[in-house]
Design a protein around this ligand. Structure first.
Ligand code: NIG
Ligand code: FE
Length: 403
Protein backbone atom coordinates (compact mmCIF):
# COMPACT_ATOMS: atom_id res chain seq x y z
CA UNK A 1 0.00 0.00 0.00
CA UNK A 2 1.10 3.54 -0.81
CA UNK A 3 2.81 5.55 1.84
CA UNK A 4 4.48 8.95 2.05
CA UNK A 5 7.82 9.69 3.65
CA UNK A 6 8.46 13.09 5.20
CA UNK A 7 12.12 13.86 5.90
CA UNK A 8 14.30 16.66 7.31
CA UNK A 9 11.98 17.54 10.19
CA UNK A 10 12.71 19.05 13.57
CA UNK A 11 9.89 17.10 15.09
CA UNK A 12 8.16 18.23 18.30
CA UNK A 13 5.58 15.47 18.74
CA UNK A 14 3.84 17.19 21.67
CA UNK A 15 4.83 20.74 20.70
CA UNK A 16 7.19 20.57 23.67
CA UNK A 17 10.52 22.40 23.27
CA UNK A 18 12.12 19.90 25.69
CA UNK A 19 11.21 16.83 23.60
CA UNK A 20 12.38 17.24 20.07
CA UNK A 21 13.55 14.69 17.53
CA UNK A 22 16.22 16.32 15.38
CA UNK A 23 16.69 15.20 11.77
CA UNK A 24 13.47 13.22 11.98
CA UNK A 25 11.40 11.30 9.46
CA UNK A 26 7.71 10.59 9.54
CA UNK A 27 5.87 7.98 7.50
CA UNK A 28 2.19 8.46 6.70
CA UNK A 29 -0.17 5.87 5.34
CA UNK A 30 -3.94 6.21 4.88
CA UNK A 31 -3.98 9.46 6.84
CA UNK A 32 -2.13 8.09 9.88
CA UNK A 33 1.40 8.10 11.16
CA UNK A 34 2.83 4.61 10.82
CA UNK A 35 6.37 5.46 11.82
CA UNK A 36 8.30 8.44 13.16
CA UNK A 37 11.75 8.90 14.64
CA UNK A 38 15.32 9.90 13.83
CA UNK A 39 16.37 9.35 10.23
CA UNK A 40 19.13 6.89 11.18
CA UNK A 41 16.50 4.59 12.71
CA UNK A 42 14.16 4.55 9.70
CA UNK A 43 13.36 0.86 9.09
CA UNK A 44 14.24 -0.49 5.61
CA UNK A 45 10.59 -1.21 4.85
CA UNK A 46 9.89 2.56 4.67
CA UNK A 47 12.98 3.61 2.76
CA UNK A 48 11.72 3.08 -0.79
CA UNK A 49 8.86 5.56 -0.72
CA UNK A 50 7.44 6.76 -4.05
CA UNK A 51 6.29 9.96 -2.40
CA UNK A 52 8.93 11.86 -0.46
CA UNK A 53 8.65 15.38 0.96
CA UNK A 54 11.70 17.17 2.34
CA UNK A 55 10.88 19.79 4.93
CA UNK A 56 14.29 21.56 4.98
CA UNK A 57 14.77 21.14 8.71
CA UNK A 58 11.57 23.00 9.55
CA UNK A 59 9.93 22.68 12.92
CA UNK A 60 6.96 20.32 12.84
CA UNK A 61 4.22 20.31 15.49
CA UNK A 62 0.81 18.71 15.76
CA UNK A 63 -1.97 20.64 14.01
CA UNK A 64 -3.39 23.30 16.33
CA UNK A 65 -6.75 22.83 18.02
CA UNK A 66 -9.18 25.65 18.75
CA UNK A 67 -11.39 24.02 21.39
CA UNK A 68 -13.89 26.81 22.18
CA UNK A 69 -15.44 28.92 19.44
CA UNK A 70 -18.72 30.55 18.51
CA UNK A 71 -17.52 30.84 14.92
CA UNK A 72 -20.95 30.62 13.27
CA UNK A 73 -22.98 33.84 13.61
CA UNK A 74 -24.45 36.69 11.62
CA UNK A 75 -23.30 40.30 11.59
CA UNK A 76 -20.84 41.95 13.95
CA UNK A 77 -21.11 43.85 17.22
CA UNK A 78 -18.90 46.76 16.22
CA UNK A 79 -21.64 49.19 17.35
CA UNK A 80 -21.71 47.62 20.80
CA UNK A 81 -17.93 47.83 20.94
CA UNK A 82 -18.21 51.56 20.32
CA UNK A 83 -20.77 51.84 23.16
CA UNK A 84 -18.45 50.00 25.49
CA UNK A 85 -15.61 52.32 24.59
CA UNK A 86 -17.93 55.19 25.49
CA UNK A 87 -18.42 53.71 28.96
CA UNK A 88 -21.20 51.06 28.89
CA UNK A 89 -20.34 47.66 30.37
CA UNK A 90 -20.90 44.25 28.73
CA UNK A 91 -23.41 43.37 31.43
CA UNK A 92 -25.34 46.64 31.09
CA UNK A 93 -25.64 46.15 27.34
CA UNK A 94 -26.81 42.55 27.82
CA UNK A 95 -29.41 43.59 30.40
CA UNK A 96 -30.77 46.23 27.99
CA UNK A 97 -31.45 43.60 25.35
CA UNK A 98 -28.26 44.09 23.36
CA UNK A 99 -25.31 41.72 23.52
CA UNK A 100 -25.93 38.08 22.64
CA UNK A 101 -29.57 38.77 21.78
CA UNK A 102 -28.60 41.26 19.07
CA UNK A 103 -26.47 38.58 17.42
CA UNK A 104 -29.43 36.21 17.73
CA UNK A 105 -31.49 38.61 15.63
CA UNK A 106 -28.71 38.96 13.06
CA UNK A 107 -28.25 35.18 12.90
CA UNK A 108 -31.91 34.23 12.68
CA UNK A 109 -32.52 36.38 9.62
CA UNK A 110 -29.72 34.86 7.51
CA UNK A 111 -30.20 31.89 5.20
CA UNK A 112 -28.04 28.85 5.78
CA UNK A 113 -25.96 29.82 2.74
CA UNK A 114 -25.40 33.35 4.00
CA UNK A 115 -24.44 32.12 7.42
CA UNK A 116 -22.05 29.65 5.85
CA UNK A 117 -20.40 32.35 3.73
CA UNK A 118 -19.90 34.68 6.72
CA UNK A 119 -18.49 31.87 8.86
CA UNK A 120 -16.15 30.50 6.19
CA UNK A 121 -14.12 33.71 6.16
CA UNK A 122 -13.40 33.32 9.85
CA UNK A 123 -12.65 29.63 9.55
CA UNK A 124 -10.20 30.24 6.72
CA UNK A 125 -8.29 32.76 8.83
CA UNK A 126 -7.87 30.12 11.56
CA UNK A 127 -6.85 27.43 9.09
CA UNK A 128 -4.18 29.72 7.63
CA UNK A 129 -2.45 29.49 11.00
CA UNK A 130 -2.37 25.71 11.18
CA UNK A 131 -5.64 24.84 12.92
CA UNK A 132 -6.71 21.28 12.03
CA UNK A 133 -9.51 20.75 14.59
CA UNK A 134 -12.07 23.14 15.97
CA UNK A 135 -15.07 23.18 18.26
CA UNK A 136 -18.03 25.27 17.10
CA UNK A 137 -20.97 26.12 19.35
CA UNK A 138 -24.53 27.00 18.51
CA UNK A 139 -26.27 29.52 20.75
CA UNK A 140 -27.17 32.45 18.50
CA UNK A 141 -30.34 30.77 17.22
CA UNK A 142 -32.16 30.00 20.47
CA UNK A 143 -35.08 28.35 18.71
CA UNK A 144 -35.15 24.92 17.16
CA UNK A 145 -34.85 25.92 13.52
CA UNK A 146 -32.20 28.56 14.04
CA UNK A 147 -30.08 26.34 16.29
CA UNK A 148 -30.37 23.60 13.67
CA UNK A 149 -29.27 26.06 10.99
CA UNK A 150 -26.17 26.98 13.00
CA UNK A 151 -25.22 23.37 13.69
CA UNK A 152 -25.75 22.38 10.07
CA UNK A 153 -23.47 25.22 9.00
CA UNK A 154 -20.87 24.01 11.50
CA UNK A 155 -21.03 20.49 10.04
CA UNK A 156 -20.82 21.84 6.49
CA UNK A 157 -17.73 23.86 7.38
CA UNK A 158 -16.06 20.58 8.29
CA UNK A 159 -17.06 19.08 4.96
CA UNK A 160 -15.90 22.07 2.93
CA UNK A 161 -12.53 22.52 4.57
CA UNK A 162 -9.70 20.23 5.74
CA UNK A 163 -10.54 20.49 9.43
CA UNK A 164 -12.30 18.34 12.02
CA UNK A 165 -15.32 20.15 13.44
CA UNK A 166 -16.87 19.17 16.76
CA UNK A 167 -20.26 20.75 17.35
CA UNK A 168 -21.50 21.91 20.74
CA UNK A 169 -25.15 22.69 21.42
CA UNK A 170 -25.37 25.93 23.42
CA UNK A 171 -29.14 26.45 23.36
CA UNK A 172 -28.79 27.76 26.93
CA UNK A 173 -26.61 30.71 25.94
CA UNK A 174 -29.11 33.52 26.60
CA UNK A 175 -32.82 33.98 27.03
CA UNK A 176 -34.49 34.64 23.67
CA UNK A 177 -36.80 37.70 23.68
CA UNK A 178 -39.95 35.62 23.12
CA UNK A 179 -39.32 33.94 26.51
CA UNK A 180 -38.78 37.19 28.45
CA UNK A 181 -39.56 36.57 32.13
CA UNK A 182 -39.85 32.79 31.60
CA UNK A 183 -36.35 31.46 31.96
CA UNK A 184 -37.45 28.11 33.39
CA UNK A 185 -39.85 27.56 30.51
CA UNK A 186 -37.05 28.26 28.03
CA UNK A 187 -34.70 25.85 29.79
CA UNK A 188 -37.44 23.22 29.59
CA UNK A 189 -37.73 23.84 25.87
CA UNK A 190 -33.97 23.50 25.47
CA UNK A 191 -33.89 20.25 27.42
CA UNK A 192 -37.04 18.50 26.35
CA UNK A 193 -37.40 19.64 22.75
CA UNK A 194 -34.35 21.26 21.14
CA UNK A 195 -31.58 19.08 22.57
CA UNK A 196 -33.17 15.67 21.93
CA UNK A 197 -34.34 16.64 18.44
CA UNK A 198 -30.97 17.98 17.33
CA UNK A 199 -29.14 15.09 18.97
CA UNK A 200 -31.38 12.70 17.10
CA UNK A 201 -30.45 14.48 13.87
CA UNK A 202 -26.78 13.84 14.63
CA UNK A 203 -25.95 17.52 14.98
CA UNK A 204 -24.63 17.55 18.56
CA UNK A 205 -21.27 16.25 19.78
CA UNK A 206 -21.38 18.00 23.19
CA UNK A 207 -23.55 20.35 25.24
CA UNK A 208 -22.60 23.66 26.85
CA UNK A 209 -24.44 26.16 29.06
CA UNK A 210 -23.69 29.76 30.06
CA UNK A 211 -23.89 29.60 33.87
CA UNK A 212 -23.84 33.25 34.92
CA UNK A 213 -26.00 35.84 36.63
CA UNK A 214 -26.90 37.39 33.25
CA UNK A 215 -27.71 33.97 31.77
CA UNK A 216 -28.70 30.74 33.60
CA UNK A 217 -28.36 30.06 37.31
CA UNK A 218 -26.95 26.92 38.90
CA UNK A 219 -30.25 25.08 39.07
CA UNK A 220 -31.14 25.87 35.45
CA UNK A 221 -27.64 24.98 34.28
CA UNK A 222 -27.83 21.66 36.09
CA UNK A 223 -31.09 20.91 34.32
CA UNK A 224 -29.24 21.32 31.00
CA UNK A 225 -26.37 19.08 32.08
CA UNK A 226 -28.79 16.41 33.31
CA UNK A 227 -30.62 16.43 29.99
CA UNK A 228 -27.29 16.04 28.17
CA UNK A 229 -26.29 13.19 30.44
CA UNK A 230 -29.58 11.41 29.72
CA UNK A 231 -28.70 11.59 26.01
CA UNK A 232 -25.14 10.40 26.75
CA UNK A 233 -23.67 13.65 25.45
CA UNK A 234 -20.50 15.05 27.05
CA UNK A 235 -20.82 18.45 28.68
CA UNK A 236 -18.88 21.71 29.02
CA UNK A 237 -19.68 24.97 30.72
CA UNK A 238 -19.12 28.71 30.39
CA UNK A 239 -18.41 29.19 34.07
CA UNK A 240 -17.08 31.79 36.47
CA UNK A 241 -16.62 34.37 33.70
CA UNK A 242 -18.17 37.40 35.39
CA UNK A 243 -18.85 36.07 38.89
CA UNK A 244 -18.45 32.90 40.95
CA UNK A 245 -21.71 30.95 40.90
CA UNK A 246 -20.06 27.60 41.60
CA UNK A 247 -20.82 26.34 38.09
CA UNK A 248 -17.47 24.62 37.73
CA UNK A 249 -17.87 22.47 40.82
CA UNK A 250 -21.34 21.48 39.66
CA UNK A 251 -20.16 20.71 36.10
CA UNK A 252 -17.42 18.43 37.41
CA UNK A 253 -20.13 16.23 38.94
CA UNK A 254 -21.19 15.59 35.34
CA UNK A 255 -17.58 14.83 34.35
CA UNK A 256 -17.41 17.98 32.22
CA UNK A 257 -14.81 17.82 29.46
CA UNK A 258 -13.97 21.41 30.26
CA UNK A 259 -15.12 24.49 32.06
CA UNK A 260 -14.27 27.68 30.29
CA UNK A 261 -13.33 31.31 31.08
CA UNK A 262 -12.85 30.82 34.87
CA UNK A 263 -11.68 34.29 35.87
CA UNK A 264 -13.67 34.02 39.15
CA UNK A 265 -12.88 30.36 39.89
CA UNK A 266 -11.84 29.54 43.48
CA UNK A 267 -9.62 26.79 44.87
CA UNK A 268 -12.55 24.48 45.66
CA UNK A 269 -13.49 24.64 41.99
CA UNK A 270 -9.89 23.95 40.94
CA UNK A 271 -9.75 20.88 43.19
CA UNK A 272 -13.05 19.61 41.79
CA UNK A 273 -11.62 19.96 38.26
CA UNK A 274 -8.52 18.02 39.21
CA UNK A 275 -10.63 15.25 40.68
CA UNK A 276 -12.91 15.00 37.61
CA UNK A 277 -10.18 15.39 34.97
CA UNK A 278 -11.86 18.53 33.63
CA UNK A 279 -9.76 20.83 31.43
CA UNK A 280 -9.54 24.57 32.22
CA UNK A 281 -10.13 26.40 28.94
CA UNK A 282 -8.68 29.89 29.23
CA UNK A 283 -9.85 32.60 26.88
CA UNK A 284 -7.47 35.57 26.92
CA UNK A 285 -9.23 37.18 23.94
CA UNK A 286 -12.44 37.68 25.96
CA UNK A 287 -10.46 38.75 29.03
CA UNK A 288 -8.67 41.37 26.95
CA UNK A 289 -11.64 42.53 24.89
CA UNK A 290 -13.83 43.04 27.99
CA UNK A 291 -10.93 44.75 29.73
CA UNK A 292 -11.37 42.30 32.58
CA UNK A 293 -8.94 42.75 35.44
CA UNK A 294 -9.65 39.60 37.44
CA UNK A 295 -7.15 36.97 36.29
CA UNK A 296 -8.08 33.28 36.18
CA UNK A 297 -6.37 31.40 39.07
CA UNK A 298 -3.44 30.19 36.97
CA UNK A 299 -1.17 29.49 39.92
CA UNK A 300 -3.81 27.26 41.56
CA UNK A 301 -4.52 25.43 38.30
CA UNK A 302 -0.79 24.86 37.90
CA UNK A 303 -0.28 23.83 41.51
CA UNK A 304 -3.06 21.24 41.35
CA UNK A 305 -2.08 19.97 37.90
CA UNK A 306 -5.28 20.88 36.07
CA UNK A 307 -4.63 20.80 32.31
CA UNK A 308 -4.96 24.25 30.78
CA UNK A 309 -6.12 24.90 27.21
CA UNK A 310 -6.19 28.19 25.30
CA UNK A 311 -8.73 29.07 22.68
CA UNK A 312 -9.96 32.02 20.62
CA UNK A 313 -13.58 31.99 21.93
CA UNK A 314 -14.14 33.48 18.46
CA UNK A 315 -17.44 35.36 18.83
CA UNK A 316 -18.85 38.79 17.96
CA UNK A 317 -19.35 40.11 21.49
CA UNK A 318 -16.37 39.31 23.65
CA UNK A 319 -13.66 38.03 21.32
CA UNK A 320 -13.90 38.88 17.63
CA UNK A 321 -10.72 36.94 17.18
CA UNK A 322 -9.58 34.74 14.30
CA UNK A 323 -6.02 34.05 15.43
CA UNK A 324 -5.14 31.18 17.72
CA UNK A 325 -1.47 32.20 17.56
CA UNK A 326 -2.39 35.57 19.00
CA UNK A 327 -4.07 33.71 21.88
CA UNK A 328 -0.77 31.93 22.51
CA UNK A 329 0.92 35.26 22.98
CA UNK A 330 -1.89 36.70 25.09
CA UNK A 331 -2.11 33.54 27.19
CA UNK A 332 1.54 34.09 28.04
CA UNK A 333 1.65 37.85 28.44
CA UNK A 334 -1.71 38.29 30.20
CA UNK A 335 -2.07 34.95 32.01
CA UNK A 336 1.65 34.21 32.45
CA UNK A 337 1.62 30.77 30.87
CA UNK A 338 5.11 29.50 30.09
CA UNK A 339 6.00 28.62 26.49
CA UNK A 340 5.56 24.85 27.05
CA UNK A 341 2.24 25.47 28.85
CA UNK A 342 0.98 27.69 26.04
CA UNK A 343 1.93 25.17 23.37
CA UNK A 344 0.32 22.27 25.27
CA UNK A 345 -2.75 24.49 25.62
CA UNK A 346 -3.44 24.54 21.87
CA UNK A 347 -2.46 20.92 21.20
CA UNK A 348 -2.94 17.98 23.60
CA UNK A 349 -4.75 19.87 26.35
CA UNK A 350 -7.08 21.39 23.76
CA UNK A 351 -7.64 17.88 22.39
CA UNK A 352 -8.69 16.72 25.82
CA UNK A 353 -11.21 19.57 26.03
CA UNK A 354 -12.49 18.72 22.56
CA UNK A 355 -13.26 15.17 23.57
CA UNK A 356 -13.03 13.70 20.07
CA UNK A 357 -11.75 10.14 20.39
CA UNK A 358 -9.52 10.37 17.34
CA UNK A 359 -7.93 13.75 18.05
CA UNK A 360 -4.95 13.56 20.39
CA UNK A 361 -3.16 16.83 19.73
CA UNK A 362 0.13 14.96 19.53
CA UNK A 363 2.07 13.08 16.90
CA UNK A 364 2.69 9.43 17.62
CA UNK A 365 2.51 6.13 15.83
CA UNK A 366 -1.13 5.43 15.09
CA UNK A 367 -2.28 9.04 15.46
CA UNK A 368 -3.77 11.04 12.64
CA UNK A 369 -1.28 12.74 10.37
CA UNK A 370 -2.45 16.29 11.15
CA UNK A 371 0.66 18.44 11.42
CA UNK A 372 2.16 21.82 10.66
CA UNK A 373 5.63 22.78 9.43
CA UNK A 374 6.72 26.23 10.57
CA UNK A 375 9.24 28.79 9.32
CA UNK A 376 10.74 29.57 12.71
CA UNK A 377 14.07 29.17 14.47
CA UNK A 378 12.64 27.99 17.79
CA UNK A 379 9.25 26.88 19.10
CA UNK A 380 9.14 29.94 21.36
CA UNK A 381 8.49 32.00 18.23
CA UNK A 382 5.00 30.51 18.04
CA UNK A 383 4.25 32.28 21.31
CA UNK A 384 6.47 35.32 20.78
CA UNK A 385 5.18 36.93 17.61
CA UNK A 386 2.14 39.18 17.35
CA UNK A 387 1.38 38.49 13.72
CA UNK A 388 4.11 36.20 12.44
CA UNK A 389 4.82 33.37 11.89
CA UNK A 390 2.85 31.91 9.05
CA UNK A 391 3.02 28.19 8.70
CA UNK A 392 5.00 26.84 5.79
CA UNK A 393 2.77 23.82 5.30
CA UNK A 394 -0.30 22.22 6.85
CA UNK A 395 -0.98 18.51 6.49
CA UNK A 396 -4.46 17.22 7.30
CA UNK A 397 -5.00 13.47 7.46
CA UNK A 398 -1.86 12.96 5.44
CA UNK A 399 -2.69 15.38 2.61
CA UNK A 400 -1.16 18.82 2.15
CA UNK A 401 -3.96 21.26 2.82
CA UNK A 402 -2.05 24.56 2.84
CA UNK A 403 1.38 25.53 1.55
O1 NIG B 1 -17.76 33.10 25.47
N1 NIG B 1 -20.01 34.15 27.69
C1 NIG B 1 -20.83 33.84 26.88
N2 NIG B 1 -20.63 33.67 25.59
C2 NIG B 1 -19.63 34.29 24.81
C3 NIG B 1 -19.99 35.68 24.44
C4 NIG B 1 -21.10 35.73 23.53
C5 NIG B 1 -21.44 37.10 23.03
O2 NIG B 1 -21.25 38.12 23.71
O3 NIG B 1 -21.93 37.11 21.88
C6 NIG B 1 -18.28 34.18 25.47
O4 NIG B 1 -17.73 35.17 25.98
FE1 FE C 1 -17.53 31.33 24.71
Amino acid sequence: MNYTLWTDLRLAPRADPEHVIEDACLVEQAGRIVWMGPRHALPPQWQQAKHVHKLDNRWVTPGLIDCHTHLVYGGTRAQEFALRLAGASYEEIARQGGGIVSTVQATRCLSEEQLLAQSLRRLDALLDEGVTAIEIKSGYGLDLDSERKMLRVARRLGELRPVTVRTTFLGAHALPPEFAGQTDAYVDQVCSQMMPTLAQEGLIDAVDVFCERIAFDLRQSEHVLKAAQALKLPVKMHAEQLSNLGGTAMATRYRALSTDHLEYLDEAGVLAMKEAGTVAVLLPGAYYFLRETQLPPIELLRKHGVPMALSTDSNPGTSPCTSLLLMLNMGSTLFRLTVPEALAAVTHHAAQALGAPDIRGELSIGSRADFVAWDIESLSELVYWLGLPRCALVVYQGAISRD
